[in-house]
Design a protein around this ligand. Sequence first.
Ligand code: 4AD
Length: 524
Amino acid sequence: MDGAEEAAGEMEALGLDAFMAMDEAARANLPKSRLKKMLRLEANAKKKEEKAKEQAGAQEAETRRRMEEAEKVVITMDPSLPQAVKCKIGKLKCAPAEDGGHIGTRVMLQGWTHRLRWESKKLLFLELRDGTGYIQAVMSGNLCMTKDALMLNREASVSLYGTVCSDERAKGGMELHVDYWELVGSSPAEIEMILTHESNPDILLNQRHLVIRGTKASAVLRMRSIITQCFREHFFANDYVELAPPTLVQTQCEGGSTLFHFDYFGEPAYLTQSSQLYLETGIPAVGDCFCILPSYRAEKSSTRRHLAEFHHIEAEFAFIDFEDLLQRIEYLIADVVDRVIEKGGDLLQVLNPGLKPLKRPFKRLTYTDAVKFCRQHNIYKDEATQTHFEFGDDIPEGPERKMTDMIGEPILMIKFPMTLKSFYMKRCPEDRALTESVDVLIPGVGEVVGGSMRMHDYDELMEAYERENIDPAPYYWFSDQRKYGTCPHGGYGLGLERFICYALAQHHIRDVCLYPRYRGRIEP
Ligand code: 4AD
């Protein structure tokens, strides 16, 4: 192969860019026909480039001209208009003023530009979001010809003054006809590039502070607040007292493998796994009590229902038996679902219109029968080898969910073997190998509640510490509960985020948190 052929071969591979980078001497080595073709391509490319430059220049000049023009446009508030009433979108009522509504009223709304749609240079539709709702605002003429208007992007914050008008086509039947507006905080155009439909889950989580402004994410957060309120209302309606146990502790509640250790002014300490032990000490003080606080688990698994920090709704009651406990748990879940349906309104209709009141009583299934169910329905301990569960095996998340989905209704799974459960659980009087324990399993989500009767005999608790190799010293205050006026008592812990996944039909637990914490993520 001679030099010219070699150069031609390279050209095929490298293309026009390589040719344009060649010096005269290198080009002289190319075969004539090839050189001619490449020169023609080069000339075309240069022409194209010049044209693009010209167009960009013209566009820049046009933008500059429009900006200069826009700078001359000054808008002022018309003092002859009625004083605007400062309002929240969610409070606007689609009815005439004489019926206590806002149609025809001049209002001032403040919020963020959720969407922008330019109909023409002189007509802009702006969807305003203020956290309480959304409203379409119409801006026309000079109002959308100012420099601020030309530079307006999504997520800028604005104050809009205008009259509320009824419009059947608009969401909520109302529209704001703007007569004056002010930019409060601009938002750069790059907002459009940060999140796109193609953004992968990791990008969405890195940009969670922006994602939560979205229609769906913000609806979930608002519903989370309503659901939390429903739990509090259930507790207060039933005369429980809210307590606030510490979350920085020196005792473990649910086993050492998921403890977060930290240095507490030179002393070893943990982030709490559950407030249960402290809550138990509250019952002789205030009676039935509850708390809604974060719990922490150094979970190795990062499944769609595990977090490292979750909100734990825990309650504790004195002088009850196991049957009372089961009924209280069932009542809590069914009553909170009823309250969520009643309070959820439009948000619930959008997120989960299928949420229905729960049928009571819930199905009860002993651990022993659950093992039988799995064996009968080919739910295996090990799929690959088709190994069946035996009594005493832990039924992990996957098989447990399969069983729950097959049964298709909430289940109170009860009486787990002592070997599978925490040190503090009371034994069943009829079979001391079992505990008076309960997990609530819900189709689609799995376990949402864990609870039990507590060991209330001092000596039995001491034996349990020994069996589990736990030093009783840091638990003296918990043990004292059994020394000074012990009584039969029990309680439960419900994972708020898991319950929200169920109530709002959300697949992934991360989507119901403001800023989820799980293995591999601690920002933002
Ligand atoms: O079953 P658990 O571990 O029970 C306890 O912590 C008891 N001390 C509670 C009590 O009796 N006061 O946890 C209770 C519930 C689970 O059913 C689950 O809903 C939730 O807490 N939970 C988690 N939620 C999200 N991520 C995690 N890593 C969770 N671990 C537990």
